[in-house]
Write a protein that binds this ligand. Structure first.
Ligand code: EPZ
Length: 419
C-alpha cells in the first residue's frame, strides 16, 4: 500500500495544468462500443478508473491501445456482451456500459454495480428508461440479463431526477434506436454535452445536450472518430481549493472556466480574488478565508457535489461558520471525521454540515474515505501545521493523475511512499 506524506503551511504558487475529465472519459470509452472501426480519444487521463474501463473494452473483444493520454479503441473484434463481476465491482460507474453493449450487441449481461462510499448507488432510473426503450431486463441474483428484439425503439422519457449516469445510458441506447427519443429532465453536466458531441461526430443525431430536454433521432450505425476529452472541472476546483487553503496564488490551466461557474462564486465569497482567462483560472487567496454562508450541492449548473469535500477543507480554516447542504448523495460527509482528526470543527446533522472555521489545522494520520474526501485531506494537509500521513490513497488515484506530481511544482511538500 502507498501513502502520501504532506508537510503543510507552504502557500502554493505557480501554474498547474488540469488533465481530461474522468467523468467524461468513462462514458466516452463506453460509447466507443457503439462505433464501428476505430475511435481515438485524446486528453484521456491516466487514472485507475480509466484503466478499469479499458479492461472492460478489452474483455469485450475490442483492441485497446494507450499512448500517454491518447486511447485508441477498435471494435472490429467485439465478441462478448457481458462484463464480469470482478470488473463491475472495480468501478461502479461501469453501469454506463449497459446501454452501449445492449445497443451494439442486442444483449448485455452485467452484475449490479456495488454500492460505494457515498451510500447506495441505485440504478432504477437507468433500468426503467432502458425498458421503455424496449430493452428486456431480467434481474437475477444480482445480475442483469438484458436483451432486445432487434434495434431498441425511440420513445418519450422523463427522468424523475436529472441523473448523470442515467442520461448517459439513455443517450448511448437511443443513438442507434429506431425513431426519435425525447428525454425530459436530462442531466445538463458538461460531460453530457461532451458525450453528445462525440456521438454526433460519429454520425448520431442528438440535439439539446446541456439543456433539460435532449432529442435523439436514432441512426443505423455509428463510425468511430477522433475526439478530445473536456478538462476535469472537479480536479480544477480541487487545485483551486488547495491554493485557497494555503493562502496561495495559483493559476489552473487547460480548463474551461464556464464549467466552474457553480464553484467560483464560493471561492469569491471566501475572499479569494479570481481571474478567468480563455482556458485558465487564477486564484489569489486572502490572508484568512471568510466562511461561506451556505453551499448547497445541486445538479449542474449548481454547485457540484464532487467539489463539496475539497471546498469543505477550505471552509474548515475560514473565519466564521460555513453551512453545507449535500442534496445529491446520501452519505457524502465521511471525510468530516478525518478532518476533525486534524483539528477541524465540523458538526453533521443529516444532509447538513456546520463547519466552524479554526485558525489552524494540525498534521495527523488520516485515511481517504472516498475519491473526493481523499482530495479534501490533501488540501487540508497542505495547510496544516506539521506532517500529515494520508493512507488508502488508491481512492485518490481513481480521479487524480499522480496528485503529488501535480502539486509539487507549486511548492507543495508532498511525497508518495510505500506504507
Ligand atoms: C456521476 O455519478 C459522477 N460519476 C459522480 O462523480 C457525480 O458525483 C454524480 O454524477 C453527480 O454529479 C461519473 O460520472 C462516473 P447520478 P452518477 O446518477 O451518474 C441517485 C466522482 O467523484 N440515483 O447523477 O452515479 C443517486 O443515488 C463521482 O467523480 C438514483 O436514485 O450520479 C444519487 O443520489 C462520485 N437512481 C443521485 O441520483 C438512479 O438510477 C445522483 O446520481 C441513478 C441515480
Amino acid at each position: 500500500m502507498e501513502r502520501l506524506m504532506i508537510t503543510g503551511q507552504v502557500p502554493l504558487r505557480g501554474e498547474v495544468e488540469v488533465h481530461g475529465a474522468k467523468n467524461s472519459s468513462l462514458p466516452l470509452l463506453a460509447a466507443a462500443v457503439l462505433c464501428r472501426g476505430q475511435t481515438v480519444l485524446h486528453n484521456c487521463p491516466d487514472l485507475s478508473d480509466v484503466s478499469a474501463a479499458c479492461e472492460i473494452l478489452s474483455y469485450l473483444g475490442c483492441r485497446v491501445e494507450r499512448e500517454g493520454r491518447t486511447v485508441i479503441i477498435d471494435t472490429e473484434g467485439l465478441c462478448r456482451h457481458s462484463v464480469p463481476d470482478s470488473l463491475m465491482r472495480e468501478m461502479r460507474s461501469s453501469i454506463v456500459f449497459l446501454g452501449a453493449i445492449a445497443a451494439r450487441m442486442g444483449q448485455a449481461e452485467l452484475s449490479f454495480p456495488g454500492g460505494c462510499e457515498l451510500g447506495p448507488r441505485p440504478i432504477d432510473l437507468h433500468l426503467s428508461a432502458l425498458r421503455k426503450l424496449g430493452l428486456q431486463i431480467e434481474e437475477q441474483h444480482g445480475g442483469l440479463l438484458c436483451r432486445s428484439e432487434g434495434r431498441m425503439r425511440g420513445t418519450q422519457l422523463t427522468l424523475s431526477f436529472p441523473s448523470v449516469g442515467a442520461t448517459e445510458n439513455i443517450l448511448l441506447a437511443a443513438a442507434t434506436a429506431r425513431g426519435r427519443t425525447v428525454l425530459n429532465n436530462a442531466a445538463r453536466e458538461p460531460e453530457i454535452t461532451d458525450l453528445a458531441d462525440f456521438l454526433n461526430d460519429c454520425g448520431a443525431k442528438i440535439s439539446g445536450a446541456g439543456e433539460g430536454v435532449i432529442v435523439i433521432d436514432g441512426v443505423e450505425t455509428l463510425t468511430g472518430c477522433e475526439h478530445r476529452v473536456i478538462p476535469d472541472r472537479i480536479v480544477a476546483a480541487t487545485f483551486l481549493s488547495c491554493a485557497a487553503c494555503t493562502g496561495g496564488d495559483v493559476r489552473v490551466r487547460k480548463v474551461e472556466p464556464a464549467h466552474l461557474a457553480g464553484v467560483l462564486p464560493i471561492f469569491e465569497e471566501m475572499g479569494c480574488r479570481l481571474e478567468c482567462g480563455a482556458d485558465s483560472v487564477r486564484l489569489r487567496a486572502p490572508e484568512r478565508l471568510r466562511a461561506v454562508r451556505d453551499v448547497r450541492t445541486m445538479p449542474y449548473p449548481g454547485f457540484p457535489t464532487d467539489a463539496q469535500a475539497p471546498v469543505m477543507a477550505a471552509a474548515a480554516l475560514a473565519e466564521g461558520t460555513s453551512v453545507f447542504v449535500e442534496n445529491i448523495f446520501e452519505s457524502r460527509y465521511k471525510h468530516a471525521a478525518e478532518l476533525r482528526r486534524m483539528g477541524a470543527q465540523i458538526k453533521l446533522e443529516g444532509r447538513v454540515a456546520l463547519v466552524e472555521g479554526v485558525p489552524k489545522l494540525y498534521g495527523a494520520e488520516v485515511f481517504c474515505t472516498d475519491l473526493r474526501g481523499g482530495a479534501a485531506l490533501v488540501a487540508a494537509g497542505l495547510a496544516a501545521e506539521g506532517t500529515t500521513v494520508l493512507r488508502d490513497i488508491h481512492h485518490i488515484d481513481r480521479g487524480y493523475e499522480r496528485i503529488e506530481e501535480a502539486l509539487r511544482p507549486l511548492g507543495a511538500r508532498i511525497v508518495r511512499e510505500q506504507d
